[in-house]
Design a protein. Structure first.
Lengths: 126, 446
C-alpha cells in the first residue's frame, strides 16, 4: 500500500492530515501490517486534550500492546469509536475509514516527516 | 530436599575451580567494618544425638494454635483443612517457580490456574479472576490501581478505615508517589457510612466486608454510592464469609478481592498466603498479572494458555498493568484442592459452623457482667468486637498464663483509646467447649 504524499508522518508510525485547524490522525499501513491481527483499540473521547508526543490511546494486536502517540497538541473533536467493533478496517483502509481521531489544533509541531522521509525511516528500521 | 555434601575436599575443589586459596577470599568484597568479628554464641559443637535432644527441648517451649483454643484473628484465620490438601500439593509436578509461558509443556499447571479462576469467580459472583497475587493487601491495591486505569481522568480514591490497617498502610505506600488523592473514610458505629461516599473525580471506593472490626458492610448501598460518583466499587472480602453471604458480584461490586489464606492455607508464621482479584469481563484488559484462558490446540483439543500477556511486564515493560505482582501458585492451588474437597455443600456447612459458633460466643460474652458488644446493631460473620471491663491486654495475658487460652486482638494496640475493646475471632476450629472454657475463665477474672 502506498503512503499518501499529502500527509505528515511520525517516527512512531502515526500519520496526520492537516486541513485548516483540523488534524486527522491514524496509524500507517506499515504499522497496521506490523501489528497484524488487531484485537483491541482504546481511543480518547471528544473534548479530551492531546499533547504532541504523548499517548492518546492504545492499540493491541495478538503480538503487542502499543501506545498511540499524538503528532499534535489540541482538543479531540472526533473519535472513531466505530472501529472498536471492526478493527479490520484499520488494516484494510488505514488512511481512509481507518482514521482514529480528529483534533483541533492551531500549530503544527516541527519534526514531522514528509512521505519520502517516512519511507526512508521505515526502510532504515527494517 | 536433596542431600548436598560439603566435605573439605569439595571445598578445595570449588576454590580451585574459581582460583581462590580460601573461603575468606570470597568475603574480601565486604568492607571490614561490616564483617562479624568474633565467635557465635552457640557453645561447643555437639554430637548429632545431643544436638537433636537439645533442639527438642527448645521446640517443646513452642506453643501453637493447635495446642490451645485460639480466638485471635484480625486478618489471619485458621479453618479446617483436610489432610489430603497437604498430600496432593506435595506432588513434585507442582513444585516449580517456573511461569507456564509454554502451554505445550504446562497444561497441568495451566489447568490448575484455570480451575482456581473458575472457583474464585463462582464464589465472588464475578466474571474474571487472575491467577492470584501476593496477598490480601496487594490484591486490594491492585484492585484500586485497576480502577484508576479504568477511570483515567479520576485521580481520587476513597478508602474505608474498615480496611485492615496493614492494607491501608500498603495502599499509602503504593500511592504515595503517584498523583493520587487518597481520602480515608471514618467509620460510624463500626461501619462505613454511605453518606461519606462523595466527591468528584473519584475512581474507586474501596472497603472491606466483613471489615477489620468484623462488621458486615452494606455492599449494595456502598457500591451504589460509588456508581453515583461514576467510581468503581472495590470490595475486599473474607472468602469463607461468601459461603453464607450473597456474593459481592451480585451486590454491585466491580472488583472483589482479598486474602485467600483462609481457604486451604494456614496463618503459619505470617505467610506464605495469596491474594485473589476478580472483576467484570469489561475490565479484563485492566486486570494485572497472569490469566489462564481456555482455547483449542491445532487438533481441536481443549487447551489452556496464559492470555493477555501483551499487557504483562515481560512484554510491556514499564507500561504493564502492574510491575509489582506475581501469582502465588502453590498457595492458590491449595485453595483449589481445598474447595474441591469441601464441595459446594461442605463450603456452605463450614460457613454455617463459623456463623453459629461466633454468634454463640458473642452472646455468651455479652452476658458477662460489665461486658457488651461494641456494635450491637451491626451484623457479623465470624469475628466481632466486645467492650470489656478490663483492658484487653490484661485479659490476653491472664488467659494465656492462667488458662492456656489464646485471646482475641487487643484493639488498644492500634488506638490507645480502645484498650478495652477486644476483637474476637471464632472459626470452625474453635469448639463450643472452647467457648465455654473462655467464658468460665473470664467469669473468674471480674
Amino acid at each position: 500500500m502506498s503512503n499518501p504524499s499529502d500527509l505528515k508522518y511520525t517516527e512512531s508510525h502515526e500519520w496526520v492530515r492537516i486541513d485548516g485547524e483540523t488534524a486527522t490522525i491514524g496509524i500507517t499501513a506499515h504499522a497496521a501490517a506490523s501489528l497484524s491481527d488487531l484485537v483491541f483499540l482504546e481511543l480518547p473521547d471528544v473534548g479530551d486534550t492531546v499533547s504532541s508526543g504523548d499517548s492518546f490511546g492504545e492499540i493491541e494486536s495478538v503480538k503487542a500492546v502499543s501506545d498511540l502517540k499524538s503528532p499534535v497538541n489540541g482538543e479531540v473533536t472526533g473519535s472513531n469509536h466505530a472501529l472498536e467493533d471492526d478493527l479490520k478496517v484499520i488494516n484494510a483502509d488505514p488512511y481512509g475509514d481507518g482514521w482514529l481521531i480528529k483534533v483541533t489544533t492551531s500549530e503544527i509541531p516541527g519534526g514531522l516527516m514528509d512521505v519520502s522521509a517516512y519511507e526512508q525511516h521505515v526502510a532504515a528500521e527494517a | 530436599m536433596t542431600y548436598v555434601q560439603n566435605t573439605e575436599q569439595n571445598q578445595a575443589d570449588m576454590l580451585a575451580a574459581i582460583g581462590m586459596a580460601s573461603t575468606d577470599e570470597l568475603w574480601k568484597v565486604i568492607p571490614e567494618d561490616c564483617l562479624f568479628d568474633g565467635s557465635l554464641d552457640v557453645g561447643p559443637a555437639l554430637t548429632e544425638d545431643s544436638l537433636v535432644r537439645h533442639m527438642r527441648e527448645i521446640a517443646k517451649r513452642n506453643v501453637t494454635a493447635d495446642d490451645m483454643p485460639s480466638f485471635l484473628g484480625a486478618g489471619a484465620y485458621r479453618h479446617f483443612c483436610p489432610a489430603l490438601v497437604d498430600n496432593l500439593v506435595s506432588r513434585t509436578e507442582f513444585w516449580t517457580a517456573y511461569t507456564p509461558y509454554q502451554p505445550e509443556a504446562s497444561q497441568g499447571t495451566l489447568t490448575t490456574i484455570y480451575e482456581f479462576q473458575t472457583l474464585m469467580c463462582r464464589i465472588t459472583g464475578m466474571e474474571v479472576s487472575n491467577a492470584s497475587v501476593y496477598d490480601g493487601a496487594t490484591a486490594v491495591i491492585e484492585g484500586v490501581m485497576l480502577a484508576l486505569r479504568a477511570k483515567r481522568k479520576a485521580k481520587r480514591v476513597l478508602v474505608s478505615k474498615g480496611l485492615h490497617p496493614d492494607t491501608l498502610a500498603v495502599l499509602h505506600t503504593y500511592l504515595k508517589h503517584l498523583d493520587i488523592d487518597v481520602v480515608e473514610v471514618d467509620l460510624v458505629d463500626g461501619a462505613t457510612p454511605t453518606e461519606a461516599i462523595s466527591g468528584d473525580a473519584v475512581a474507586a471506593v474501596a472497603f472491606q466486608s466483613p471489615n477489620f472490626y468484623g462488621v458486615l458492610e452494606d455492599v449494595t448501598a456502598l457500591s451504589a454510592a460509588a456508581h453515583e460518583l461514576e467510581a468503581l466499587s472495590v470490595v475486599s472480602v473474607d472468602p469463607i464469609s461468601l459461603s453464607v453471604i450473597e456474593a459481592p458480584g451480585k451486590q454491585g461490586a466491580d472488583v472483589v478481592c482479598g486474602e485467600g489464606t483462609p481457604m486451604g492455607n494456614e496463618p503459619w508464621y505470617g505467610g506464605p498466603g495469596f491474594g485473589f482479584l476478580c472483576s467484570k469481563m469489561d475490565m479484563v484488559r485492566q486486570m494485572p498479572a497472569r490469566i489462564a484462558g481456555e482455547t483449542t490446540d491445532d487438533d481441536g483439543n481443549r487447551a489452556v494458555v496464559l492470555t493477555f500477556q501483551t499487557r504483562e511486564q515481560h512484554i510491556r515493560r514499564k507500561k504493564a498493568t502492574s510491575n509489582i505482582c506475581t501469582s502465588q501458585q502453590l498457595m492458590a492451588l491449595r485453595a483449589t484442592i481445598w474447595a474441591s474437597l469441601l464441595g459446594k455443600q461442605g463450603f456452605a456447612d463450614l460457613g454455617k459452623t463459623n456463623l453459629s459458633r461466633a454468634h454463640y460466643a458473642a452472646k455468651r460474652l455479652a452476658e458477662l457482667p460489665g461486658w457488651s458488644l461494641t456494635y450491637p446493631e451491626r451484623s457479623f460473620f465470624k469475628e466481632f468486637c466486645v467492650t470489656t471491663p478490663l483492658p484487653a491486654a490484661e485479659l490476653n495475658d491472664r488467659l494465656l498464663k492462667e488458662h492456656g487460652i489464646l485471646g482475641g486482638f487487643d484493639l488498644g494496640r492500634l488506638d490507645e483509646k480502645r484498650k478495652n475493646d477486644w476483637l474476637v475471632s471464632v472459626t470452625d476450629l474453635v469448639t463450643r467447649e472452647d467457648i465455654d472454657r473462655l467464658v468460665d475463665a473470664l467469669q473468674g477474672m471480674a
